[in-house]
Design a protein around this ligand. Structure first.
Ligand SMILES: Cc1cc2nc3c(=O)[nH]c(=O)nc-3n(C[C@H](O)[C@H](O)[C@H](O)COP(=O)(O)OP(=O)(O)OC[C@H]3O[C@@H](n4cnc5c(N)ncnc54)[C@H](O)[C@@H]3O)c2cc1C
Length: 765
């Protein structure tokens, strides 16, 4: 959680984590601008570095060698990271519309979303080709293609459509890798055929003749046939049809055509060129909207049109950072002229490369090593980040805020306590008005016609089940935090076997400008509301206040038949123990705070936390669960001990079987644990055979505090396996049987751990 402790007076929103924005984040991380809050909205959490992509496809690099971890970089820059594609812009309201979260307000906007291959509208292309962009989806398609080829014994023809540098490199890199894979599998490489198809008269039309000739020779020596002047008009399974009637056989088509722009930019009213790319001036500022900047493939610099290549996106990063800072301070931006000629280092798939600049060209294995050195140095700038001092509240530059805003900030610093700390009533009413709450028949008085208190109807014969949870934010996105907090609170209701009915929210929002407080409160409540409504529960009221840091919780109500309540004390000897979600949120978020977690680990943990326990609870009941609890702050062992005691039973846990979140083994191995872990470890006295179990790699997981963790339940032996199978079908992919219940032999140490280590148990990620 990025808590810089300073008031937010201006919002800079970066859309897309492309090659220019990574430089912007790095520079703002090194030299923050107090009062300017950065938010990065990105469809993907890793930016593939374009220069190393062909090497990755060829098999020379691992994923992390050539991908920039945007979560880590955003954390370094104290920027919030919202993981969602952007789908529209409202320039009048200054809001960015995302697919997976509420709109995001901005004062300054910068767009660096790259491009996608053109002409996917050719009949059959959207269905049958593997487009090279978006790259992460291409990489999935590429891995599937490798498996498909290895599983087939028939000859296999690959057509690469696009004769620019990208197409040529991809043809050579993919052939190199596939030949390696086939050889490894003891298969002949003769069955593999590559062909390069382009509508231009020559390959590499924008490169010098020498470079072109060199590549023609390489392609010929590798038996890759070139089809120039072939304009693809239709694709069908097994065939690429071209204008003029020629058709080529192709079992797979890789699509690397010219770049095209996402349509929502022009639809929003931004000035664009004829192809839909944002038209910017020499300072990278949109010519129609001075508060909007754009860089990389998605921008066309009006006075300096250049090819859509990563090298330009990289070069635009530093001037973009300078101009965003100047724009935030109300200063005139500085013009930047991109270079005319640039050095291209184009690889041939086999650790060999050809360098070209203007009419000059050289080649060799040494050129590949040179390129490899340059590329690794570039990646190190973004993946090996210096540890920065915790940011102190710094004086806000009056140019950033203006005198009125500065007066507002001084007023913020002098906010009262008690009820004076409440969020203002107009802000609150606006937030509630935007929330779109639904009518629920058992809510007699709720948010739709608010009064001093909410009034609920409870059917005769039923009971009200109630619980409360509240904690500080540990993720940057208030919307995700709202969803996680709601799930965490509802876990108690589901564990009791009740149906969620309603909730009251308790929110603390950091002091700030009214508009910033409103957005944060709205995002958090919107997240909570989404989870509540998905479970059929109503948000009926709450209390909000301003404070030092973001915190949120809910009082949740459930309705149950008194005889159907699932208590902790219902475990019976012979039962099996089921855990519905993987463990590890405590260690992962502790690592996140130390910049030691990979972005994808944190994202997977968030995905697990926003998954509701509702369907799992219903499934456990259908399969005859006799006892249940939700695994939260005390860790698996603490919550299990709370079940064995009232049940008067022993429990055996198979450490090897424990489901683990991606990355949690690594962070535990690195000795990173939640600050609550030491207290939880005191519960080890409940374990009978500590000595033999404590060296198992999963031992520490028993004490890891979980946020919005899964349900732990005991089930009859005869239904347990079917229950796990159904849980997995319901989307609880790591639901597992983790142990069994035995007759009580020790009231003080009722838990025994099975600790046999198998070879796969270490280093799975
Ligand atoms: C196979 C291949 C090899 C290449 N090799 C080279 C090379 O060697 N040298 C070279 O200079 N160029 C190369 N290129 C071209 C290069 O990849 C692009 O020019 C470069 O990636 C553009 O960078 P960018 O910063 O504009 O965008 P990108 O690097 O594409 O980044 C775009 C970012 O925006 C995000 N995004 C996209 N859409 C949305 C949305 N709607 N909402 C939110 N986020 C979004 C993405 O997740 C990503 O983080 C190659 C291209 C290909 C296909």
């Amino acid at each position: 959680m990025q808590n810089t402790g300073e008031a937010v007076v201006k919002e800079l929103v970066l859309v897309g984590g492309g090659h220019s924005h990574v430089a912007v984040l790095k520079r703002f991380g090194m030299r923050p601008l107090p009062g300017l809050r950065l938010t990065l909205i990105s469809r993907d959490l890793h930016t593939p570095y374009s220069g190393m992509l062909p090497g990755y496809i060829a098999g020379h690099y691992e994923y992390d060698d050539c991908h920039i971890d945007l979560r880590k970089l955003a954390r370094f820059a104290s920027a919030r990271l919202y993981h969602s594609p952007v789908e529209a812009l409202d320039l009048a309201e200054k809001r960015v519309h995302c697919r997976d979260r509420p709109p995001v307000r901005f004062d300054l906007l910068s767009i660096n979303i790259g491009s996608r291959p053109q002409t996917l509208d050719i009949p059959g292309a959207d269905k049958y080709v593997i487009p090279v962009k978006p790259i992460d989806r291409f990489l999935d398609g590429w891995e599937r293609l490798i498996r498909r080829i290895l599983n087939s014994t028939a000859p296999f023809r690959i057509a690469v459509v696009g004769g620019g540098a990208g197409g040529v490199e991809l043809a050579l890199a993919s052939q190199h890798r596939l030949r390696q894979e086939l050889t490894k599998a003891g298969r002949s490489i003769e069955a593999l055929q590559h062909r390069l198809v382009t509508d231009t008269a020559e390959i590499l039309p924008s490169h010098a003749r020498r470079t072109r000739t060199a590549f023609q020779q390489v392609l010929a020596s590798r038996h890759i046939s070139i089809f120039t002047n072939h304009r693809v008009s239709r694709i069908e399974p097994g065939w690429v049809h071209c204008e003029g009637g020629q058709s080529l056989e192709a079992d797979a088509v890789l699509w690397v055509t010219h770049a095209s722009a996402s349509p929502w930019l022009a639809q929003a009213g931004l000035a664009t060129d004829a192809r839909g790319f944002v038209l910017v001036d020499d300072a990278l500022r949109c010519v129609s909207h001075p508060e909007v900047f754009a860089a990389g493939d998605i921008a066309t610099v009006r006075n300096h049109d250049r090819p859509k290549a990563g090298v330009f996106a990289v070069r635009q990063g530093p001037p973009l950072a300078v101009n965003l800072r100047r724009a935030a301070l109300g200063k005139a931006p500085k013009a930047f002229t991109p270079q005319q000629n640039f050095l291209s280092l184009i690889t041939t798939g086999d650790r060999y490369a050809i360098a070209s600049r203007g009419s000059w060209s050289v080649q060799g294995a040494w050129v590949w090593r040179w390129k490899d050195w340059i590329d690794r140095r570039f990646m190190a700038k973004y993946n090996d980040l210096p540890l920065m001092q915790e940011r102190q509240s710094a004086t806000i530059d009056p140019r950033l805020a203006g005198q009125d805003a500065l007066r507002e900030i001084s007023a913020i610093a002098m906010r009262c306590g008690g009820c004076g700390a409440k969020v203002g009533s107009t802000t609150l009413s606006r937030v509630i008005g935007r929330l779109e709450t639904r009518q629920h028949s058992d809510v007699l008085i709720g948010l739709q016609a608010p009064d001093d208190a909410a009034v609920l109807q409870v059917e005769p014969g039923k009971v009200l089940v109630q619980s409360v949870d509240y904690f500080r934010a540990f993720v940057d996105d208030a919307y995700d935090f709202g969803r996680i907090a709601a799930n965490h609170s509802l876990g108690d209701i589901f564990a009791m076997g009740a149906k969620a009915q309603s909730a009251q929210a308790i929110a603390t929002v950091p002091y700030g400008k009214e508009a910033v407080v409103e957005e944060t409160l709205y995002d958090m409540l919107r997240g909570a509301l989404q989870i509540l409504e998905d479970c059929g529960a109503a948000l009926i009221g709450g209390h909000s206040s301003e404070g030092a840091e973001l915190a949120f919780g809910l009082v949740v109500n459930g309705i149950a038949e008194p005889g159907a309540l699932l208590r902790k004390g219902g475990m019976q000897p012979g039962n099996r123990l089921v855990l519905t979600k993987p463990l590890g949120t405590g260690t992962l978020f502790a690592a996140d705070m130390r910049h030691a977690a990979k972005g994808r680990w944190i994202q997977a943990a968030i995905a697990s936390m926003v998954q509701s326990n509702r369907h799992a609870a219903e499934c456990l009941r259908r399969h005859g669960a006799t006892a249940c609890t939700d695994v939260t702050g005390f860790g698996l062992l603490g919550h299990l001990a709370e079940m064995t005691r009232p049940s008067a039973v022993d429990a055996v846990i198979d450490l090897e079987a424990l489901p683990v979140l991606q990355g949690a083994r690594e962070t535990m191995r690195a000795g990173i644990f939640s600050s609550l872990q030491p207290q939880n470890v005191r519960l080890r006295r409940a374990v009978r055979n500590l000595e033999e179990a404590a060296s198992h790699p999963h031992y520490a997981l028993l004490f890891d505090p979980q946020t919005a963790g899964g349900l732990l339940a005991s089930l009859p032996e005869k239904t347990a396996e079917a229950c796990v199978a159904e849980l997995r079908q319901l989307g609880y992919a790591q639901a597992t049987l983790i142990g069994r219940v035995e007759p009580e032999s020790s009231a003080t140490a009722p838990i025994r751990l099975l600790a046999k280590v198998t070879s796969q148990s270490i280093g799975r990620e």
